[in-house]
Design a protein around this ligand. Structure first.
Ligand SMILES: Nc1ncnc2c1ncn2[C@@H]1O[C@H](COP(=O)(O)OP(=O)(O)OP(=O)(O)O)[C@@H](O)[C@H]1O
Length: 843
């Protein structure tokens, strides 16, 4: 078992360019954390500076949608960045697994992302590496947590940046061009890409190299699929504006009508505004020093063996390099989570805070930093017994372990705190003294106070008490007595935006007045004032809190979090510098939803040729006859040979057909592998005879082979014949017959684009999909000229301009109705047309 300080180290849950991220669990608070471990010997000075900047920025941040920093641990070789653990994985994985999300869900996620970026920009910070891999989800996959501030930087309002960084698919055009740039506007571009990805599960700009991507981005065109609402498209387009000066700012994004559209009841609760929080340092660096929670302090004194002064000092200083501060924060979070309604979470807490007016701040909807309203009975028993987690001294086989910081490696605080950054430190395990405390005063939060009528006696009594305690503190600022009286319910994390003077409010929780058992109190040194808030009954209750909290008590950090790397084969890393050839994720999000599940067994593009050589045909025919006339099923073994012949035929025709195709399309047979296509095309001989398929013959070995293969592979024969009529009259077409039969295998689209435009776009799409086609335009359909594209996949596409609309009428006839390939292909082509023609109508 491996420890870094008080953290029991588990499996790797992520990897970056220079870091490995591991799951860990805090020995005292029993909270899971993520530890980013940076090996200093593997990075150069420049990157070390980058990491230091990331740390210094993280220290200043405090937003519910930004990963929370707990502690920085340094050793000679490693830097350990301890942050909150986001158990829901990356947004990227989420989209890969589920495909695009509904706009309601997209709005909920995106609102949180934008809220966090707004918060950063408000504080003069730009992220510069926004991407779906750097956006994590909480355990319930409800809320966003932005991570990876490795490229973040400070930017004053009028300054420009010049370091090229980020991930190409998300990079703004000015970055791709290598210009100086406004980091905030570059972030907005990435936000545009993110929103596009959310609602389409694809990237807005295609390109498998930086050059291609650059060309696509600089074309200034983004094709938005038809299913995206007009409002959402509008917002995406306003974020993906080439000219950064004309591009939306984050504020404009926030006030766009798509963002302000009604959220679902649940999502409404997560909309956060800048007033809802502020950097912790702001509140803490003010003159009004917040006061620490007495119960937690007391508990820490007992279990960490720190003195009250040490705790006060480190916590108020927000010393991230101190295990004292981290322990305090973690314990606060532990209690906060448990205090909330079982189904609520801290985000809703934020909202509840934000949604109420505050007498104290005098503002409506302004952060009324709701304390955790943890009454004594909830707080006092954060006392943990000796943790079995920490009992192992298995330090021999771990590189990390060997180089883990020891108490001596830590700054002064660790020595003072004694909580055991040393791996073998026994100080936080072993026997712990748990004092029973007693309270004669419960808690009231400022929020509750705000709801008590100003003029009421109760309010005045509380305020009076507040004044007295404030005065007491002023008179005895350093006394270990009354001036250190606890401010139950207030934590650094809850103090954000604390209105001046609030720290002096004496608190009594009238809602949590439960009978307090009058157990014997065993006082300990330095707790003279804690007795006001802590009750004997709390010991057991809080013990339960820590020991019984679902999931949190699961020590199995090794097992958890293993999924990410195993499943997705690693992290898509951020690149730095124009020279990189890397482009986007190694598992690129497919561009359009129909292809979102690249490995789906259902999706089969097919490749058949109608132009086999005579020799190939006869060879196939012979093999086919042998196979089909075989009495013995074993002779079906001939099929692999047939398959091989067929593949050769495909390759032959793939190369040979280059010159035959429109636009001199370069057909690359290796594309078959890329598209994961089986070499089977499902067509029907009869169909070929009676429909328009060119090069039909009475015996088409290719199609008969396919038919046989179809039987073998799919266990059924293709049977339905759907197709356009060749007849000039257009009567009694197979298509009509099918329709009469109630079968809807002809998909139609009426486009507002011109006939030529539609045909060109279809041909482009087919070329992009690397599907060969035959084009003919002599056909007349319902007395109108019709362009026909015949595909070897069993799809016939007819395009005509029909009165009275004079719009392009496109029909996709599926010749083999049971071919999933044909269905998917038609859908894909229709989707592509809709992207360029959102006003088109499906019939
Ligand atoms: N707090 C966390 N909770 C859960 N997983 C995390 C957390 N922090 C990081 N990870 C995982 O580890 C991965 C790498 O983390 P991070 O992006 O911070 O590393 P990096 O070295 O900065 O990466 P890059 O090289 O892309 O910049 C993340 O993509 C994520 O999957």
């Amino acid at each position: 078992m491996m420890f870094i300080g008080p953290y029991k180290i588990g499996k790797a849950i992520g990897r970056g360019n220079f870091a490995v991220v591991r799951l860990a669990k805090h020995g005292i608070a029993k909270i899971k954390v993520a530890i980013k471990i940076i090996d200093k010997t593997r990075i150069d000075e420049e990157n070390l500076q980058k990491i230091e900047r990331e740390i210094s920025i993280l220290k200043t941040l405090d937003h519910p949608n930004i990963v929370k920093l707990y502690e920085i641990i340094r050793s000679e070789r490693y830097i350990y960045i301890v942050t909150e653990y986001c158990g829901g994985g990356e947004l990227y994985e989420y989209l890969i697994e589920r495909g695009r999300v509904t706009e309601v869900e997209a709005r909920r996620f995106f609102s949180e992302i934008v809220s966090a970026i707004d918060y950063l920009h408000e504080n003069g910070i730009v992220h510069r590496d926004l991407k779906a891999e750097n956006i994590l989800l909480d355990k319930e996959k409800n809320h966003i947590k932005i991570i990876d501030f490795g490229f973040s930087n400070y930017q004053t309002s009028d300054s420009l940046l010049n370091t090229w960084c980020g991930s190409p698919p998300y990079a703004a055009p000015e970055l791709l061009l290598g210009n100086v740039y406004d980091g905030k506007k570059a972030d907005v571009w990435s936000l545009g890409v993110l929103l596009y990805i959310l609602v389409t599960a694809g990237f807005p700009f295609p390109g498998d190299s930086v050059d291609k991507l650059k060309r696509a981005v600089l074309s200034g065109q983004v094709k938005i699929p038809y299913w995206v609402s007009v409002e959402c498209s509008d917002l995406i387009k306003k974020m993906l504006v080439l000219n950064p000066k004309k591009r939306f700012s984050v504020k404009q994004v926030l006030s766009h009508r798509w963002m302000t559209a009604p959220h679902s009841a649940r999502s409404a609760s997560v909309i956060l505004t800048k007033e809802t929080f502020s950097p912790r340092t702001t509140s803490l660096l003010g003159n009004q020093s917040p006061r620490l929670d007495a119960a937690i302090m007391h508990y820490m004194q007992q279990h960490g063996k720190w003195t009250a002064d040490q705790i006060n000092e480190d916590v108020l200083k927000r010393d991230f390099e101190s295990d004292i501060y981290a322990t305090y924060e973690l314990l606060c979070d532990k209690v906060r989570v448990s205090t909330n309604d079982a189904n609520a979470n801290c985000h809703e807490e934020y909202t509840r805070r934000g949604s109420r007016g505050s007498i104290l701040s005098g503002k409506a909807n302004v952060e009324d930093p709701k304390p955790l309203t943890i009454s004594a009975h909830q707080l006092a028993q954060l006392g943990l017994s000796a943790s079995p987690d920490c009992d192992s001294d298995d330090s021999s086989n771990s590189e990390l372990y060997d180089d883990s910081p020891t108490g001596s490696m830590r700054n002064d605080r660790s020595a003072k705190g004694q909580i055991g950054l040393a791996i073998n430190d026994q100080t936080y395990r072993g026997e712990q003294r748990r004092h029973t405390l007693c309270a004669n005063e419960n808690l009231i939060t400022p929020e509750m106070l705000a709801q008590i009528p100003f003029t009421s006696n109760l309010h005045q009594a509380i305020m009076q008490q507040q004044t007295i305690s404030a005065l007491t503190r002023q008179l005895q600022p350093n006394a270990a007595g009354p001036s250190h009286a606890p401010m139950p319910g207030w934590y650094p994390t809850a103090i954000h935006g604390l209105p001046a003077g609030l720290s002096a409010v004496s608190t009594t929780d009238y809602t949590r007045m439960i009978p307090v058992p009058n157990n014997e109190r065993r006082a300990s040194a330095g707790e003279t004032l804690l007795n006001q808030t802590l009750t004997p009954s709390t010991i057991e209750q809080l013990q339960q809190l820590v020991q019984q909290q679902p999931n949190e008590n699961n020590d199995n950090v090794e097992e958890e979090g293993q999924g990410y790397l195993n499943k997705f084969g690693g992290k898509r890393n951020t690149v730095h510098g124009m020279s990189s050839t890397m482009i986007g994720p190694s598992n690129p999000v497919p561009r359009h939803a129909p292809y979102a599940k690249q490995n789906s067994g259902e999706r089969r593009s097919s490749w058949a040729s109608t132009t086999a050589t005579v020799q190939q045909k006869s060879n196939l025919e012979r093999l086919y006859k042998q196979a089909t006339q075989a009495q013995d099923p074993a002779e079906l073994l001939l099929l692999p040979q047939l398959q091989k012949e067929f593949q050769e035929l495909l390759l032959f025709n793939g190369v040979a057909s280059n010159s035959n195709h429109a636009n001199n399309h370069q057909f690359d047979p290796t594309a078959l592998n890329r598209f994961n296509c089986p070499r089977i095309s499902i067509t029907d001989e009869q169909n070929r005879q009676h429909s328009l398929a060119p090069c039909s013959s009475s015996f088409d070995p290719v199609s008969t082979f396919e038919k046989k293969a179809n039987e073998v592979v799919f266990g059924q024969r293709p049977h339905t014949v759907i197709g356009f009529s060749t007849s000039v009259s257009g009567k009694s077409t197979p298509e009509q017959q099918v329709r009469n039969n109630g079968d809807e295998k002809v998909k139609s689209l009426v486009s507002t684009l011109s006939f030529t435009h539609v045909v060109d776009e279809l041909k482009n799409s087919l070329n992009q999909l690397q599907i060969p086609f035959e084009e003919s335009n002599e056909v007349v359909y319902m007395e109108h000229e019709m362009r026909r594209l015949s595909l070897p996949t069993g799809v016939e596409i007819g395009v005509a301009v029909l009165p009275p609309e004079q719009k392009s009428h496109i029909e996709f006839a599926i010749l083999s109705s049971d071919s999933p390939t044909s269905e998917l292909l038609c859908d894909e082509l229709i989707n592509r047309l809709r992207i360029i023609d959102p006003n088109s109508v499906t019939e």
